[in-house]
Design a protein around this ligand. Structure first.
Ligand code: GLV
Ligand code: MN
Ligand code: MN
Ligand code: MN
Length: 415
C-alpha cells in the first residue's frame, strides 16, 4: 500500500523530480538500446562519462570534488574534523538495471543539495562517495574502492586481470590514476557511513513496506573452477573412454545446487561458464566456471566451501578429469551499527511508516567500510525482487519516501 505523504509529517522534502531526472540521465550511459540493460564497467569510457555526470551533480549541490588513488569520486560538503560519509557505486553488472548503486549515489547527492538549499548549518562535514568497481564485473574482483578506503586492498589484488589480460593496476595507470598509494587511502576519520540501496529481494514487497533497515550483510566468496578433460573427436571417441570436461562440470554444478536445496539463508550460484574449444563436434576439453557462495555467517561459508570442494573432487576422480580451484575474492559478512539502525527507525517513524528490519543477501560497499566506521543501510522496495537485470524497478514514490527518510537521518547526524 502506498503511503500518503502529508506536509505536516515532513517539514523538509527533497526534490524528487530532480532526483528522478538525475536517475534517468545516468541510466542512459552505457545503455544497450536493444535490451535496455546497462553496461558500465570500471575504467571504461562509459564509466568515465558517468563519473563526469555525477561530478557535475555534486558540484551543483555545493560540493568540492576529489578523486582518491583508486578512483573513488568524493564530493565534500561543509567543514569540520568529523565526517559523515554517504555512498554507493555507479558501475554495473553486465546488462544491469538503473537503480543498483546509482540510486544510492544520486539520493546522497540529493540529500546534500537539499541541505545546501535549506542552508542548514552542520557540525560535521558530509562526504558523498561513488566507489570504484563494486560489482567486480571486469576483473572478477569487486568492491575495489571500498576495500581501499577500509585498508583492505593490497598491491597483490592490483595484479588481478580482466579478460584481455589488463591488470587493475594497469587500468588505473591508463586512467591517469597513479601512482597508487594504497596506504594513503585508508580512512580513520569516518564517524558514520550510510548507504541507501534497492533491496534486490522480495521481503519489503511482501511486507508492503517502501523501506527497510538493514541489520546485516551476507558476504560473497567467489571461486574459479577449472575442469580439464580431453578434447577429442565427437564422432570417433566411444562414450566409455571419454573425459568430457563439460559433462563433469555439469555434474558438479548440479551437485552444488543439490547441497544447498533445503537452505534459505545460504545461497550458491554458478553464473559464468567457459567451454573450450566450444565446437559442435568436439568433446569439451576444458571448462572454467565460477561459484558464488553467500551467507551472513563466515563459518557457514567456510564449511560450505569445504563440502563443495570435497564433492567436486569426488566427481572429478570418478570421471577421470582434473580439477583446479582458485579463490577470486572473499569478503567478510557484517552487522550494521545498532545506533544507526535506531536513527533510521526514528526517521522512518516520522514519515508514518512502520520500521522494519531485514538482512541483505546482496553485497555492498558498506560491508568493507564497516572495518573502519559504524555503518547503516536503508533499503528501498524492489519490484518482484528483480535486480542485476534490465527489469530492475523501484517506484518513484518509494524512492521519494526513502530519500526523505535518508535526508532526515543525515540532517540529524550532522546537526
Ligand atoms: C553485487 O551486487 C553483489 O552483491 O555481488
Ligand atoms: Mn549495488
Ligand atoms: Mn549489484
Ligand atoms: Mn552488490
Amino acid at each position: 500500500m502506498p503511503f500518503p505523504i502529508s506536509a505536516e509529517r515532513v517539514s523538509v522534502m527533497i526534490n524528487a523530480n530532480r532526483l528522478l531526472k538525475h536517475l534517468q540521465e545516468l541510466s542512459q550511459i552505457g545503455r544497450n538500446a536493444l535490451t535496455g540493460g546497462i553496461n558500465r564497467f570500471s575504467f571504461t569510457p562509459e564509466e568515465q562519462q558517468a563519473i563526469e555526470l555525477v561530478t557535475s551533480y555534486m558540484e551543483e549541490a555545493g560540493m568540492t570534488i576529489t578523486v582518491d588513488a583508486v578512483g573513488n569520486v568524493i564530493g565534500t560538503y561543509g567543514e569540520g574534523s568529523e565526517t559523515v560519509m554517504l555512498g554507493s557505486h555507479i558501475d554495473t553488472v553486465p546488462e544491469g538495471g538503473k537503480y543498483d548503486g546509482a540510486l544510492g549515489v544520486l539520493a546522497a547527492i540529493e540529500v546534500v543539495q537539499t541541505i545546501h538549499e535549506q542552508q542548514l548549518s552542520l557540525s560535521k562535514k558530509i562526504e558523498v562517495v561513488a566507489f570504484k568497481d563494486e560489482e567486480g564485473t571486469r576483473f572478477g574482483f569487486g568492491l575495489i574502492g571500498s576495500r581501499a578506503m577500509a585498508g583492505l586492498l593490497t598491491y597483490e589484488h592490483l595484479q588481478k586481470t580482466d579478460a584481455s589480460g589488463i591488470s587493475i593496476g594497469e587500468a588505473m595507470k591508463q586512467s591517469q590514476i597513479s601512482p597508487v598509494l594504497l596506504e594513503k587511502i585508508k580512512r580513520n576519520d569516518i564517524q558514520a557511513y550510510l548507504e541507501m540501496h534497492v533491496e534486490q529481494g522480495r521481503v519489503l514487497e511482501n511486507e508492503e513496506l517502501p523501506v527497510g533497515i538493514v541489520t546485516g550483510i551476507a558476504a560473497p566468496l567467489w571461486l574459479e573452477v577449472t575442469v580439464t578433460g580431453v578434447s577429442e573427436h565427437a564422432g570417433a571417441t566411444p562414450m566409455p573412454i571419454r573425459k568430457d570436461a563439460l559433462a563433469a562440470a555439469s555434474e558438479m554444478i548440479l551437485a552444488i545446487e543439490q547441497m544447498l536445496n533445503d537452505r534459505t539463508d545460504s545461497v550458491t550460484t554458478v553464473g559464468k561458464l567457459i567451454v573450450e574449444p566450444n565446437g559442435v563436434n568436439v568433446i569439451p576439453g576444458r571448462v572454467t566456471f565460477t561459484i558464488d557462495i553467500r551467507d551472513i555467517d563466515e563459518q557457514i561459508i567456510s564449511t560450505l566451501e569445504s563440502s563443495i570442494l570435497r564433492q567436486m573432487q569426488k566427481i572429478a576422480e570418478r570421471r577421470k578429469v582434473t580439477l583446479k580451484t582458485k579463490m577470486m575474492q572473499r569478503v567478510k559478512p557484517t552487522k550494521t551499527d545498532p545506533m544507526l539502525q535506531q536513527q533510521l527507525a526514528n526517521s522512518i517513524e516520522k514519515q508514518g511508516v512502520r520500521p522494519y528490519s531485514l538482512i541483505s543477501g546482496a553485497g555492498h560497499d558498506a560491508m568493507n567500510i564497516a572495518a573502519v566506521a559504524p555503518i547503516g543501510m536503508l533499503f528501498v522496495r524492489s519490484k518482484d525482487g528483480i535486480s542485476h537485470n534490465p527489469l530492475e524497478f523501484s517506484s518513484d514514490e518509494d524512492i521519494m519516501i526513502a530519500t526523505n527518510i535518508f535526508y532526515d537521518t543525515v540532517a540529524g547526524l550532522t546537526k
